[in-house]
Each structure stands twice: as structure tokens, then as C-alpha cells.
Design a protein around this ligand. Structure first.
Ligand SMILES: [Zn+2]
Length: 57
């Protein structure tokens, strides 16, 4: 799904911290990108990370 090179350039838009891949499909998403600092989870839909605060859980 998400390759590690892409993952390494992704960051939480709120705290600018690197995010961690959480490959738990379900609820219409392929997985989540989790920020270790604020705990927000950004969905991955159709292999595309949605790094938007409005979409975060
Ligand atoms: Zn964050």
C-alpha cells in the first residue's frame, strides 16, 4: 500500500511530526497514519493518505 519512501515524507499537519503506519483496514479505509504526538489518525483511502485535520480521528 504505502511505501516507506512516501511514509518518510509524510507528517502530521498539526505538529509536523512523522506519522506511523497502522495497517488496519476497515470502515472504508486501507489503514491509518498515526501521529505519535497528538494521537490523530489520518485515513488512507485507495492507497492515498488523507493528511487533513478535518479527516483525522
Ligand atoms: Zn500530530
Amino acid at each position: 500500500m504505502i511505501d516507506s519512501e512516501l511514509l518518510s515524507i509524510l507528517a502530521c499537519p498539526v505538529c509536523k511530526e512523522p506519522v506511523e503506519l497502522q495497517a488496519t483496514p476497515g470502515d472504508g479505509v486501507d489503514g491509518w497514519l498515526v501521529c505519535a504526538r497528538c494521537g490523530r489518525r489520518y485515513p488512507i483511502r485507495d492507497d492515498i493518505p488523507i493528511m487533513l485535520v478535518e479527516e483525522a480521528k
